[in-house]
Design a protein around this ligand. Structure first.
Ligand code: SF4
Length: 492
């Protein structure tokens, strides 16, 4: 399997293949049901969860509204604390900056903390092309990397693997990357964890450069925050001489007081913990303590375009907790790879088409990868109305595909496809704004109902082939109302 998402088919095709894989479905069902039950328990313990959720939503909305101001403040704070800030408009620029920074150190190896932003830009592949080896140190990311695989979950990237598969990957691949798996390795969790620990330790101790993302950046002090469970992040953030952090610009919170809200909601929503085991914070550099050089690469890569969309911008509130994935009936059956992006599940279905645009087949299909049941919205700790954004993006796909900016305005680029659907919508709009014509049409439809086909011809056949077409009533509702209610409030 390829390590990238390039050339992935549209969601329906990828999902059809995934759904037929019974091992994958079993792994996903077990994992998502376990996590969702634990999360519900952890959240129900908090009496003011609704208040925390609302506070998180408001803090994020406020920050996004004044993002320009907070980004400048962050840059000043990080610089004052001894860090160096770089601005990257897109993935190519971010990869170029990071590659140059690593090359400047003279090193050809880096250790990495789990980071969605660096996956989003394909940093490992860019470093590899420049002759630099990047070693993932999060256990699940290690499994994915050793297996030549792709992550399929935000929090648990190897959720699609069971213990037996992981043991086989460790046995066959660890030796290719460094210290081999111990002889006679079994699939017990303790043995697998110990094998990973031994394999990674020599990398931690040897690495001179660490690369991370961040869960949050505090503008008032220029502090970055990584929240994790394994301690590998702490090793990468403290042992190397140089630390490079690649972070999306939406990860800012204005103050430590704001951060407090998310340090309560994130662990409970993601790992169902009251408090995560490791919360690492760092502010620039400190003599004799941690990396002597710190670079922060602030990544846009479609975020300001997303911010310009009044409905879609709420996706930037996301704190990557994964709760929406774990409750999604579509994700549970199709798995993460079908979404063709590092952001799978409901959040991926609204974030990827905004960051990448809806021009490709896969991105245009993602807003439809949902039953709109609303479970994702219910569990989201920052109250992102994912169904609302999905419907909004469907409209974008049907109306025009690509959204572009002209100055401060967001405009839809004319569509190439979906001509039949657009024509049907135009006809419906005309009929609904001409009540006389609508009434005449309804009466004509009732009178001729015996002659109506039970399935649609042409391209509509696929739609009607899986649905019962509702029978046309003998009498239109408006006429019935007027007849039985004596005209009160009825059709004129
Ligand atoms: S959309 Fe909400 S529930 Fe889903 S990962 Fe983001 S914060 Fe968590």
């Amino acid at each position: 399997m390829s390590g990238t998402y390039l050339g992935m088919p549209a969601f329906p095709e990828a999902a059809r293949e995934a759904v037929a894989n019974t091992t994958l479905r079993g792994n996903l069902r077990h994992a998502t049901h376990t996590i969702r039950a634990k999360r519900a328990k952890a959240v129900n313990e908090v009496s003011d969860w609704a208040g925390l959720r609302e506070a998180g939503k408001r803090i994020k909305d406020h920050t996004l509204r004044h993002l320009d101001r907070y980004l400048i403040q962050l840059e000043e704070s990080v610089t004052a604390a001894g860090g160096v800030v770089h601005w990257a408009a897109d993935a190519a620029e971010a990869n170029e900056i990071v590659t140059r920074l690593v090359k400047t150190t003279g090193e050809s190896e880096v250790v990495k903390v789990k980071s969605m932003a660096t996956q989003e830009i394909g940093l490992n592949e860019a470093l590899r092309d420049a002759g630099i080896s990047a070693y993932e140190t999060d256990l699940a990311e290690l499994i994915v990397q050793l297996g030549g695989d792709r992550p399929s979950h935000i929090l648990v990237p190897a959720i699609h693997r069971n213990r037996g598969e992981i043991r086989d990957i460790f046995r066959s691949e660890m030796g290719e990357w460094g210290r081999p798996a111990p002889d006679g390795l079994t699939d017990t969790p303790a043995e697998l964890a110990e094998a990973a620990r031994l394999h990674l330790r020599e990398k931690f101790l040897r690495a001179k450069v660490g690369i991370s993302g961040a869960n949050f950046m505090v503008a008032e002090t220029g502090t970055l925050v990584v929240v994790e469970s394994e301690g590998n992040g702490r090793m990468c953030l403290t042992l190397p001489e140089t630390l490079i952090s690649v972070v999306g610009i939406e990860k800012i919170v204005p103050t430590w007081r704001d951060l407090e809200v998310f340090l309560q909601t994130l662990p409970r929503s993601s790992t169902a913990e009251r408090m995560n085991p490791y919360t690492s914070t760092w502010t620039g550099t400190t003599d004799g303590d941690g990396p002597g050089t710190f670079h922060l690469v602030l990544l846009d890569n479609g975020r300001t375009d997303t911010l310009a969309d009044e409905v879609g911008r709420q996706a930037l509130r996301c704190i990557r907790c994964s709760a929406c994935l774990n409750v999604c009936p579509v994700y549970e059956r199709a798995g993460g790879h079908a979404y063709g992006s590092v952001y799978p599940g409901p959040i991926g279905a609204i974030l990827s088409p905004q960051l990448r645009g809806t021009g490709s087949e896969i991105d245009a299909s993602l807003p439809y990868a949902s039953s709109l049941c609303g479970a994702c919205y219910e569990v989201c700790p920052v109250a992102i109305d994912i169904p609302e954004v999905l419907v909004h993006l469907r409209e974008r796909v049907v109306e025009g595909g690509e959204v572009t900016r002209q100055g401060n305005k967001v405009v839809l680029r004319p569509a190439k496809g979906h001509a039949a659907e657009r024509a049907a919508m135009r006809a419906a709009r005309w009929a609904l704004t001409h009540p006389g014509a609508l009434r005449t049409g309804q009466r004509a439809a009732s009178r001729t109902r015996r002659f109506h086909p039970r399935s649609l011809p042409g391209p509509g056949r696929a739609w009607s082939g899986t649905r019962e077409l509702p029978p046309v009533p003998a009498e239109p509702f408006r006429d019935w109302w007027q007849r039985t209610r004596g005209g009160k409030g009825g059709a004129k």
